[in-house]
Structures are given as C-alpha cells and as structure tokens.
Design a protein around this ligand. Structure first.
Ligand code: KG4
Ligand code: ZN
Length: 360
C-alpha cells in the first residue's frame, strides 16, 4: 500500500527526523552501477545532491549485449567506489544519511543481489533504515521530479530492458497498459546493429548511420498492428535479417545507411501508432518518454509532433535521468520513506528479478 499525497510527509517522519532528510540511492539492476544522494525538505522540495553512474559498456562491447555474469561481477568490483563518490560529491557522510534506498527489482538477479547486499551491509553497520525500491517505479516517477509534472500522465518506457506503457495516475498508482511480447526496443536496436556489424550499444550507431540514409529505401513491416498497445519486434528483426541475406556483400555495404534509416523510421511509426492508441485509451494530456532509447532524436521529434497534433504535451526528462540511474531510486525511496518511515525488517527483503509495476 502506498499513501495519499496529502499525508506527505507523514507525522512520524516530521517528529522522528531532522529536515531536510537525505536519502542514499543504489542501483545495479542491469549494466549501470549507480549511486546518488537526494535531499527532501518538509515543503516537498527535492534536490539532487549527487548522481554517479558507471556504465559497463566497455565490459559488454565484445559480446554485443549485456552478459549477466559479467555485469554482476563488474557491479561488485565498483559498487563501493561509486557509493563513496556519491557521498563525497553530495558532501554527505554515511552518518548524515537518513535512509538507504536500493533497487530490489526487477532486473538481472546477479546485479540485484549486489545492490541488495551492499544496502543491507550499510544498514547493519549504521542502523539506517533500508527501503527496497521497484526500478520501474523509479522510471515512472522521474518526470514527477524533473518536470514537476502533475498526475496523471502516460509513460512510454523504451530501454534496453523494457518497452511498455504505464499510466501513472498518482503516487503508487501505476497501470501497465501494454508491453513487448518479445524483445525490448533497445534489444531490437542492439540486435539489428549486430546483424549490420555495428558495435554495442547499437542504438546510437544506428542513429548515426541513419542520418545519411533514405528512410523509405526499404519497406519493413509495422509489427503487431492488432489495435493493442503491446509491441513485438521479432518480425521486424527477421525482416531485416531476410533483407540482408538477399543482398550481396557489396550491396549490403552500400545499403547500410538506408537500412538504418528505414529501420529507425519503421520503429518510429510503430511507436507513433501505439502512442496514438494509448493516448486515446487513457485520454491522457501528457506523454512522457523515458529510457535509453529516448535519446533517439527522430523518435523524440516524431512523438513530439504526434503530441502537438493531439493537443498533448510531450516530456522527455534529461537523458542522464532517463537512462538507468540511482537518483530515481533515491527519489522513489524518499517518497515512500517520508510517507511511512516504518520500513520492513531487512531480513524480509529479497531481490525480485520479476516485479511488474502493477503488482506493487
Ligand atoms: O535505459 P538504458 O540506458 O539501459 C538499459 O535498459 O540497460 O538503455 C540502453 C538501450 C540500449 O539498447 C541502446 O542501444 C539504446 O538504449 N539506445 C538508443 C540510443 N541510445 C541508446 N537507441 C536508439 N537510439 C539512440 N540514440
Ligand atoms: Zn531502467
């Protein structure tokens, strides 16, 4: 159970804590090792005091995607330095921290265990309360922090791990409207890039080549046009594979930019069609685009145009808070903590690789 916004902050929190409160956030659910400190004042003013992210791209580049074993080892090797840096940059000591929020799920189990063990160790060493946060709730609330967006809003989360619509109607009230039936959108960019011999992460490389290509050169399928707000990218990937197989090596080299541009254009059209349905379903007047794929300029500008045509405002949080980070974990943890400082016994907190947002 979450809380009514009017009760923020709870009377317990006002009596028990010194204000402003400081919350340390820790994240390691995929391939970013991250820590951050946010402060929260009694008047609901939130400040980001630090935001440290180590992205493991180097570790995974030769495999063309995230390797879970390598990711968890890399989290373990760096977590203490990253947390130390986040504390130093915020000029905070562990003694000044009021609570520790960490990503409890969903994500890769090995990575989740690193943040969880680290947070539990800090809790045991310092006695500071510990809060397990749902990573998707972090993404869902980011626009509430960065854009000061009022509820309700429609979130399209497009990342390496997710492709889903969430209707955020209030704090703690999230409705999962639809999601991918197979690959996430980021995975699709990465796999298509791999087929084209482009390095990981594929999204930025496809975007770069697409700049010089013709988006109408190839006609790739608009997958899963079934009137739902679910996605499927496997058919699109297969169509590109078949197209590549039909080309000679030389033709393929010459067509690289056109294939990238046509693929990106197809993804953009799929997202536009799905957004139009989701906006219609929810009657939402605000669309938020978040996740690593939100870095793509074509997707941003075309979704922006779609929103403008439909009298909907378009929001994309700053990229460094759109991709995986610990500010969003600290923020979601802070909101929960100030509403209810009676946190769970640390022994009951278990990492949850699968944890849909509507099951919070
Ligand atoms: O949210 P994110 O940083 O992390 C995870 O979900 O792990 O998303 C990473 C994904 C990768 O698949 C990457 O290829 C994709 O975001 N991405 C992009 C762009 N920049 C990153 N996709 C398309 N266009 C981009 N400019
Ligand atoms: Zn994420």
């Amino acid at each position: 159970m979450f809380y009514a916004y009017e009760k923020f902050p709870s009377i317990y929190a006002i009596i028990l804590y010194n204000w402003p409160m400081k919350i340390l956030g820790i994240e390691s659910s995929c391939d970013e090792t991250a820590a951050a400190v946010v402060s929260v004042a009694k008047n609901q003013q939130f400040d980001i005091l630090s935001n440290v992210v180590y992205s493991q791209t180097k570790e995974h580049i030769e495999y063309g995607g995230v390797v879970p074993e390598i990711a968890s080892r890399a989290h373990m090797e760096r977590m203490d330095q990253i947390v130390q840096q986040a504390l130093e940059q915020s000029q905070t000591t562990l003694a000044d921290v009021d609570a520790i929020a960490y990503t409890q799920g969903p994500g890769l189990l090995g990575g989740l265990i690193v943040a969880q063990s680290f947070a539990k160790s800090l809790h045991l060493a310092t006695g500071k309360p510990i809060i397990g946060v749902n990573h998707l709730e972090g993404h869902a609330l980011t626009a509430h922090l960065t854009e000061k967006l009022n509820f309700p809003y429609l979130l399209l989360l497009v990342s390496g791990g997710h492709c889903q619509f969430i209707h955020v109607t209030d704090l703690g009230q999230y409705q999962l409207l639809g999601s991918t039936l197979d690959d996430s959108i980021g995975e699709c960019f990465d796999k298509v890039a791999k087929m084209l011999g482009l390095p990981y992460p594929g999204g930025p490389n496809i975007e770069r080549l697409a700049q010089d290509g013709d988006p109408t050169a190839f006609n790739f399928p608009l997958t899963l046009q079934d009137g739902s707000v679910n996605f499927s990218f496997s058919g699109l990937k297969s169509a590109i594979r078949r197209q590549l197989e039909a080309l000679s090596d030389d033709e393929r080299q010459n067509a690289m930019s056109d294939i990238c541009a046509s693929f990106q254009h197809t993804v953009s059209r799929i997202l536009q069609k799905k957004c139009a349905i989701a906006l219609q379903q929810t009657q939402s007047k605000q669309l938020v685009l978040a996740g690593g794929v939100a870095a793509n300029k074509l997707l941003r500008s075309e979704l922006n145009s779609l929103c403008a045509e439909n009298n909907v405002t378009f929001h994309a949080p700053p990229l460094k808070l759109c991709t995986d980070n610990a500010v969003m974990i600290a923020y979601a943890g802070a909101l929960r903590f100030v509403a209810n400082p009676q946190t769970a016994d640390y022994k009951t907190l278990q990492a949850k690789p699968r944890w849909p947002l509507d099951q919070l």
